[in-house]
Design a protein around this ligand. Sequence first.
Ligand SMILES: Cc1ncc(COP(=O)(O)O)c(C=O)c1O
Length: 435
Amino acid sequence: MNKGQKLLKKAKKIIPGGNQLLSKRSEMFLPGYWPNYYNKAKGYKIWDLDNKMYYDFAGMGVTSCVLGYADHELNSAIINGLKKGSMTTLNAKEEIDLAKEFLKIHKWAGMAKFCKSGGEACLVAIRIARAYSKKQNIAFCGYHGWHDWYLAANIKNSKNLDYQLLPGLKTKGVSKSFKGTIKPFFYNDLNSFKKLFKRKNNNIGTVIMEPMRATKPNKKFLSEIKKIAKKNNAILIFDEITSGFKDNYGGIHLKFNVKPDLAIFGKSIGNGYPISAIIGKKKIMQVAQETFISSTMWTDRLGFIAANKTLQKLKKLNVNKKISEYGIKIKKGWEYAAKKNGLKIIISGINAIPSFKFDHIDNLKISTFYIQEMLKVGFLANTTLATTYAYNDKIINRYLIETEKVFQKINYHLKNNSLVLKGEVKHSTFKRLNS
Ligand SMILES: Cc1ncc(COP(=O)(O)O)c(C=O)c1O
């Protein structure tokens, strides 16, 4: 057993589930064998507790680290800020620079607010939208974090969230009084959206969705959503926590030319340092002054410094172009490797967050085998990854060569009914873990 797994056993006794994020659980990759903890990271390399070095093709910090780990320029800016004091009685002027940059990119917006995590930013946007619209119900599509307003979707029907991103989310502890306040619709299924507004007294004042995740929006899908929301006096929120700044500089909605009322960003805007943003039309954002939205740690200086520096680099280096090119290369490599080895895979995702799925009844088992075999040759791999500016063609070629070899093994084992895992099949849903 590696040091990481040994430590995880101890962690599970004192931390519920062993860590803080479902998507970073060992069980979501390779139960019992994933290295789980890191000593240090640089670029696209990670050293685990046994000081074994791995190449990260498993998400780069849950899609946050577009510039790569421990980016030198970014770290220098942070260290400089640290030395000058990261928390004081007075405010950090860097928040104004960040607000200005967001509003420069998104001309439709007039004001910005900042917090730390993605889920928190969603909660702030929902509060503002409800306060402005004076209606409590929400129509949603996609994943928007762990807070009560969102999980409430599963009170009425425990499967309401299953078709969005994370299946199996439980609602214990969420007030039952939220039942019926949030209603799902499905991506590229305009009818499912229209239906929500057809019911009498729907009271929907907020529409929140990811403008794009796995597949491109059908022609007019986003513009029709906007039209219907507007007609029903509902605030439209685009959640760009994952999609923002990856395909283009700014929100991906700019590419589709559909402007929301509010938009939310997180993850890559600070290259992994805690910072998230809510931007919106001035008259709507001003309502934030009529309801109490406030937190000490939102004034931390380092998040603003990180975001200002990250955005500066994303723009200067044209990072979205490079990471999209890497993603296209990886998608093509997967396609080639699968075809060559008689495997059927389904590829999706924006180019910088490419994903594949084995078109096979044992998809999860085969995916676990893929991760298991890639780990043996030094790759933290998964069937979804996020590309980073720190990659280069050489490491991608190497990754694709190893992927092809594993695909060859998969084909062989499937034919001979001999595919064996060292441990259990990886999880794809939320589950309670034993300590
Ligand atoms: C679209 C979207 N919204 C919200 C969140 C929640 O963000 P966080 O995990 O930072 O709370 C995520 C996280 O993956 C996300 O992808």
